[in-house]
Design a protein around this ligand. Structure first.
Ligand SMILES: *Cc1c(COP(=O)(O)O)cnc(C)c1O
Ligand code: SF4
Length: 389
């Protein structure tokens, strides 16, 4: 099969029609997928990026059609055929579809919304590094992702698909980390670090590992979910050389945990990489306690330990995804005590302007008097604890 072009230059009509019908067939009939479907490079080359292609694959709503038209330039639409195949094409409320397909609402910006909602740019001592906490730093190595989430907090920078940070530019970042003896943890993020060639990622890992005071390295990624075929033997064999290496994987919905994703998480876990999840609380996607509980359970089944549940940041054009904070608190209330403690993430608000992550928990401590605290449990039963003199 010829590859669909992801460049802005559309192929001639006949060719486009032919390719679209082949893509439609691949998406429609999972049983008959050829070998190349499982090739991550094929998946990337054949991402769905234009109104013309998507319109033939699903009946779009008017708001989606308008949204796609406007989503050109920054944070352009890009959906891997694999992730696209998880969409319920008859249901505009499909949680996978809402994350991937732009809607008109994305272009109404509320006055409170910010270009850089977590104040990352103002905490950047060298380009590509956010150093907010004394002992750990966030390294942004690429602006590319396999699929662009419509609610992305880094909308301001993702989707340009510029080449990853060069090893020459990385030199400055490396020198900075090397000179700051307090940094014991570096979190490699983006964009998505697993979008880079393994050799490039390895060159960063190797350099970071040569810094004696750096205790742990973390990778933040959504690729094991949106492009699970990227996680192959070659990648995990490279990653396992840089332990202690942790990975935070971005999940939004239980339907994302397919046999392919289970396999990708299994390979990473077998390589000894502790896996944590990050989930953004999203209206109409995962804001029902039952959906969130199901997601947390499915994560534990694939050896991913729920890590953070994020209140959706005030990024531009995200009002249609944001919920009141009380929705997240209620979800936490319905998890703690009601299910496995390992299935309970920490609910956080990443403070606008750069205050960092602030945990928000339901109140279990009812009163605190001298020598005595009064608590409630998950069933709302009251207990007293007497403190020592
Ligand atoms: C989230 C974040 C970290 C890591 O925070 P943890 O709570 O340790 O996971 C580090 N730096 C920045 C800038 C962050 O946003
Ligand atoms: S994977 Fe992360 S960085 Fe990429 S678009 Fe989604 S939220 Fe943004």
């Amino acid at each position: 099969m010829e590859e669909l072009s992801i460049s802005s230059e559309p192929p001639s009509t006949n060719l486009a029609t032919k390719l679209k019908s082949e893509l439609a067939e691949l998406i429609e009939y999972p049983g008959s997928r050829p070998e190349y479907w499982y090739d991550w490079k094929w998946q990337l080359k054949n991402r769905i990026t234009s109104l013309e292609v998507i319109r033939d694959l699903i009946p779009l709503t008017r708001r989606e059609e308008e949204g796609i038209k406007r989503a050109s330039g920054r944070l352009a639409m890009a959906i891997t055929p694999y992730f696209f195949s998880l969409i319920d094409r008859q249901d505009p409320r499909c949680p996978i579809r809402k994350q991937a397909v732009p809607r008109l609402e994305e272009f109404s910006v509320s006055s409170c919304e910010l270009v850089d909602p977590c104040g990352e740019d103002s905490h950047s001592p060298v380009p590509g590094l956010v150093h907010r906490y004394p002992d750990r730093a966030l390294l942004i190595v690429t602006d590319s992702c396999a699929m662009y989430c419509r609610y992305c907090t880094r909308k301001r920078m993702v989707g340009e698909e510029t080449p990853p940070m060069s090893i020459e530019r990385f030199e400055d970042t490396y020198k900075y980390i090397k000179s700051k003896k307090t940094i014991r943890d570096v979190l490699i993020s983006g964009g998505d670090p697993l979008m880079m060639k393994s050799e490039v990622l390895e060159s960063y890992l190797k350099k970071l590992r040569s810094i004696p005071h750096l205790e742990i390295i973390r990778i933040g990624t959504r690729v094991p979910v949106t492009l699970p075929m990227r996680v192959n033997a070659e990648l995990v064999d490279m990653l396992r050389k840089y332990h202690p290496l942790y990975m935070s994987i971005h999940f939004s919905h239980p339907r994302e945990i397919t046999p392919e994703v289970a396999k990708s998480c299994g390979m990473l876990a077998d390589a000894g990489i502790p896996l944590g999840s990050q989930t953004v609380l999203l209206k109409g996607v995962n804001d029902k306690p039952a959906t969130m509980k199901k997601l947390m359970h499915e994560l534990l089944k694939v050896r991913v330990r729920p890590y953070y549940l994020y209140q959706c940041d005030m990024a531009m054009g995200t009002a249609h995804f944001r919920t009141p904070v009380s929705v997240g608190m209620n979800i936490m209330e319905e998890l703690r005590g009601h299910t496995t403690g390992y299935a309970v993430p920490t609910f956080v608000v990443d403070a606008p302007g750069g205050g960092g992550k602030i945990p928000v928990t339901p109140t279990y401590l009812l009163s605190q008097a001298k020598g005595r605290v009064t608590l409630r449990n998950y069933e709302n039963k009251i207990y007293n604890y007497t403190e020592p003199d």
